[in-house]
Design a protein around this ligand. Sequence first.
Ligand SMILES: [Zn+2]
Length: 64
Amino acid sequence: MVDPTSDLDEDVDESNAPACAVCGEKLIRDPDHHVVTWVADGQIEVRHFCSEDCRDEWDDSERP
Ligand SMILES: [Zn+2]
């Protein structure tokens, strides 16, 4: 369980690291880590990306 109040870069290891939404790479203190968030149906949706390239490759179809 990730404490939402803690810094995103704290306490990240292989077991709780987010994965890139495009290529599935685990993001562990990755300096190119990109995060996109939006609200859908009252819930916060989050997508993680390992790089600008994956962010660009991801189409926005998931996001309203
Ligand atoms: Zn990626």
